[in-house]
Write a protein that binds this ligand. Sequence first.
Ligand SMILES: Nc1ncnc2c1ncn2[C@@H]1O[C@H](COP(=O)(O)OP(=O)(O)OP(=O)(O)O)[C@@H](O)[C@H]1O
Ligand SMILES: [Mg+2]
Length: 375
Amino acid sequence: MILKKISLINFRNLKKQTINLDKKTNIFIGDNAQGKTNILESIYFLALTKSYRTNDSNLINKEEDFTKVKGEIKDISIFKNLSVELVNDQKKVKINNNEINKIADYITNLNVVLVSPEDINILQGTPAERRNFLNIELSQLSKNYIKKYNEFNKILKIRNNYLKMLYNSSNPDKRYLDSLTENLIDREIDIYQERKRFIDLINNNVSKIYEDIIGIKGFYITYETNIEFDNFETNYLKEKLIKKYNDSLKKEIENGMTLYGPHRDDLKFLINNDDIKIFGSQGQQKVGIIALKLSEIPIFQEFTNSYPIILLDDVFSELDIKTRNKLINYIPDNIQVIITSNDTKGINKKFLENAKIFKVVKGKIIEKVGDNNGK
Ligand SMILES: Nc1ncnc2c1ncn2[C@@H]1O[C@H](COP(=O)(O)OP(=O)(O)OP(=O)(O)O)[C@@H](O)[C@H]1O
Ligand SMILES: [Mg+2]
């Protein structure tokens, strides 16, 4: 898919402008704090209706009280206009000017894979950040996932409240709890299966990419559920979950919360058997994340029949030339890429030759006409 055009109003320091993007490579050049990352963030916001680095309210320009991001996308031969608008804590999401009430119906329309300095949190941050990674990617890939995940969260909240109530109740009604547990398990099975499938698909590519970039064998990801499963088949999962919740009833009532389930999942990033978070060098960790993101590209293609848009925030400045060259080999030719960088020096020729280059100065974007020789 291609983002042909994006229009911004009051998005952070970007006041009002329209950017016509090239269907292949786009490079935004500028000094620090000019608005380069804000541009990528606005595209991410258009795709996912939220930012990866802050709350909604911080996205609105400080002097204004609303922001709107509009985009025109082309997927195969279908054109769509998407928009996301924030006004007074309210979010309006539209496709072709029709308001969409369910986010699940919106976010599969524009798919992005972002590589940014914040990604290191996937490795170094809390399990919640790794689950967030899974949720974001799977929400783009699967309508079923986001639907089941939203339902799961609603039921989980009710079940937790009910467990708290049972703790204080002298004559508890377990039947209601049983029906909540049954509904919860139904959603959990899908979440477990979709996460497992996604991680397996990543593992099909990721160690090869990692080895190719950095010359080290044996990089892979493990799916760490807080219930031990022998496999992820529906009937097996169902039985196992029913038993787990039965066996843990007393403990869950005492704690007033659901102790087992995909809301406690985690991921581990390993080289052979060593946790890269503990043993990996900074470079090894950075490349690990890049390999992870690159390994997603063919998965998007397979699931959606279309490549995602690749957003590379300041990726080149921190990598040595050899690593940069290896990295770009994994970006297919017919894919749209949007890159930010302080200058064009660090960017590979392959990208520069046909790129559309923009300069970003104090929140203003200027197209550099006829200058694509990297100077
Ligand atoms: N809500 C907001 N209203 C106005 N300005 C904002 C808002 N949020 C952020 N900014 C400003 O936007 C500017 C540009 O930020 P951005 O992260 O895009 O910089 P950048 O060009 O990517 O810089 P660097 O090269 O350092 O990463 C910053 O100076 C920041 O203070
Ligand atoms: Mg930046």
